[in-house]
Design a protein around this ligand. Structure first.
Ligand code: ADP
Length: 344
């Protein structure tokens, strides 16, 4: 149908066709010009009125009603709805445009929902997989103890200690999952304060002292660092960031290696960098490193007690501060993780 085809023009064309056809038949049959002319005028008039009425009543008004119902979803303004009556010249054209726009919008929404669904499925799969490993280990030790090892003094304590280690791992995992869901759900608003980042780092280094000793890793501050570095941030969350990054530097660093911590004044921000001289990370992994459950070498990282959530938590925390986190790494040379914080 042509653009701007009104019920009147459609009715006129239909009436004209009916009038021409009927007049031809009458003219051939009666051979009377007057009767033919009268027939032409009467048929054209009646057909025009009937078609116009039918189209207006049963097609156009109904389509207008459909259009108004669609529009009601978009606006609740009665003035706009009233103005619609005047503005719709061709309801068929308008409705088809509206339906097309609606389809495009819907297909975008469906795409997004599908992505979310895949993400949810993948996340659930990862969570259950991560939980299964320590649970199966605890179950294994308990069964072995119940099957007789409980009375064997040589192994009973060892198995209980191992089961207890797996329980700790389980709790750690659940804590990390809780952290992630709180950070994502905005349930954990930032508690911003001014504090000394150097002092906080020293506290963290004390916490991880044993881990570093076990791996014979030395942790140093860069010589040119300022003695006091005041930042404006959520102290307990930044403690978590430092713990995760320093623990990773130890875990994936070289045995007998060195970790360096540096602070750099970046005008409005302070950049903190933690560098290790460990195995490094291949370039192809870098873009996905901060995703939940992403590991460069899943088996080895899990052996080290890694869940693949640590860096995702770090990224969430830094982004909640509207700051940035980045990583540079060279395979076999080491990695440097850096994050910025607002200068206090
Ligand atoms: P995980 O609990 O597995 O350590 P993270 O989210 O903290 O999880 O780290 C994700 C992955 O990034 C790790 O599994 C490891 O492969 C890699 N990674 C993190 N930090 C380092 C680092 N300093 N050196 C080398 N690889 C690292």
């Amino acid at each position: 149908m042509k653009k701007n085809t009104s019920p009147r023009s459609v009715a006129f064309i239909a009436g004209l066709l009916a009038a021409v056809l009927s007049t031809l038949i009458i003219a051939i049959a009666s051979r009377d010009i007057l009767i033919s002319v009268i027939n032409f005028a009467v048929v054209l008039g009646i057909c025009y009125l009937v078609f116009n009425y039918l189209l207006q009543e049963f097609v156009y008004n109904k389509i207008k009603l459909i259009y108004k119902s669609i529009y009601r979803f978009k606006t609740h303004n009665p003035k706009e709805l009233k103005a619609l009556d005047k503005n719709i010249n061709d309801p068929i054209e308008t409705v088809s445009k509206e339906v097309l726009a609606w389809m495009l919008e819907n297909s975008k929404e469906i795409d997004q929902l599908q992505k979310q669904e895949n993400f949810r499925r993948e996340f659930l799969g990862n969570v259950s997989h991560e939980l299964k490993t320590p649970i199966q280990s605890i179950q294994g030790y308990i069964h072995t103890l119940l099957d007789g090892a409980l009375e064997d003094k040589k192994v009973n304590r060892l198995f209980l200690t191992k089961a207890s280690k797996s329980t700790e791992r389980l709790i750690e995992l659940v804590d990390e999952l809780t952290s992630i869901s709180e950070l994502e759900g905005d349930k954990s608003p930032l508690d911003i304060e001014l504090f000394d980042l150097v002092k906080l780092t020293e506290e963290v280094l004390e916490m991880v002292e044993n881990l570093a000793k076990d791996k014979n890793v030395a942790i140093h501050f860069k010589k040119q660092n300022a003695k006091i570095v005041i930042v404006e941030a959520d102290k307990s969350k930044i403690r978590q960031v430092l713990v995760n990054l320093v623990v990773n530097a130890i875990k994936y660093g070289k045995s007998g290696g060195q970790i360096l911590i540096g602070y750099y004044d970046m005008d409005k921000n302070i950049l903190t960098e933690i560098s290790d001289d460990g195995e490094g990370i291949a370039e192809e992994h870098l873009p996905r490193l901060f995703e939940r459950f992403y590991r460069t070498d899943s088996g080895r990282s899990r052996d080290q007690g890694g869940s693949g959530l640590g860096l995702a938590i770090v990224k969430h925390i830094i982004e909640a501060h509207k700051q940035t986190i980045n990583v540079r790494s060279t395979l076999g040379v080491g990695s440097t993780f850096g994050f910025t914080l607002k200068k206090g």
